[in-house]
Structure formats: structure tokens, C-alpha cells
Design a protein around this ligand. Structure first.
Ligand SMILES: O=C(O)CCC(=O)C(=O)O
Ligand SMILES: [Mn+2]
Length: 122
């Protein structure tokens, strides 16, 4: 991945208290209006000691962040262009998702939201 991406992810992780994060994967999600992501856990990575770093670009969205059980209370957080969310440690397997994307416009992405999640997959 571009070194600028890896550096951004490592710096965001460090700011949240996770030193030495070296992502080896970046999953890119492209949301069109009304697209959503159901509550889920990120379980495909081999090592849960590394955090997830999630970068939001484009149209704002409501990010859902719950606990480690599917039925735990879910917090709603508005994420805007340039926002970065980091979760790890005891929160690494927290359920999370995204509400259906509202109709909106961003000067760079038009009606779209782009999300980058940096992971240590291997
Ligand atoms: O789009 C987001 O903010 C979250 C993406 C996500 O949770 C994932 O790709 O696993
Ligand atoms: Mn996820």
C-alpha cells in the first residue's frame, strides 16, 4: 500500500494508544446513497492484538459502535470527511456498522462515501 497510507494509519493508531501498528491490508468500501453495512465484527484478521483504523471520506455517515455482544447497546457517531476511528484492545471485537447513507453531496466524491479500513491481516 502507499507509504503515506500506512503512515497515516500508524499515526492514528498511536494517537489512540496503539503503538507499532503496521497495517498490511486496506479494505476500501464505496457507499452509494442508501447503502449500509450491517452490524458485524471484524474477524478475518489473524491477530486481534492489532487495532482497526477506519478513515471516512466524502459524504457523512452514522457509524454504529456497540459492544462485543450483538445485543449490546449501540452508540451512533456521525463520521465526516477526514474523520478517523480507531478501535482495538478490549474493543477490538466490538460490533459495528453503518446506517443507510443519506442523500448528500461532497465536493470531492459527489454523492458517495468512501471508507478505508487499515488492518493487520497476516
Ligand atoms: O464504513 C465504515 O465506516 C466501516 C467499514 C467496516 O466496518 C468494514 O469494512 O469492516
Ligand atoms: Mn468492520
Amino acid at each position: 500500500m502507499p507509504s503515506a497510507f500506512a503512515t497515516l494509519a500508524a499515526q492514528a493508531a498511536a494517537a489512540a494508544g496503539f503503538d507499532s501498528f503496521t497495517p498490511d491490508a486496506c479494505l476500501i468500501n464505496r457507499y452509494v446513497p442508501s447503502a449500509k453495512l450491517s452490524l458485524h465484527q471484524d474477524r478475518d484478521e489473524r491477530d486481534y492484538s492489532a487495532p482497526i483504523v477506519s478513515v471516512s471520506l466524502g459524504v457523512p455517515a452514522i457509524f454504529l459502535f456497540g459492544g462485543t455482544k450483538r445485543n449490546d447497546k449501540v452508540h451512533r457517531v456521525r463520521v465526516e470527511h477526514g474523520d478517523v476511528v480507531v478501535w482495538g484492545g478490549p474493543a477490538r471485537l466490538s460490533y459495528h456498522g453503518v446506517l443507510p447513507l443519506a442523500d448528500a453531496q461532497n465536493p470531492l466524491t459527489g454523492p458517495l462515501r468512501i471508507n478505508l479500513t487499515f488492518r493487520k491481516a497476516l
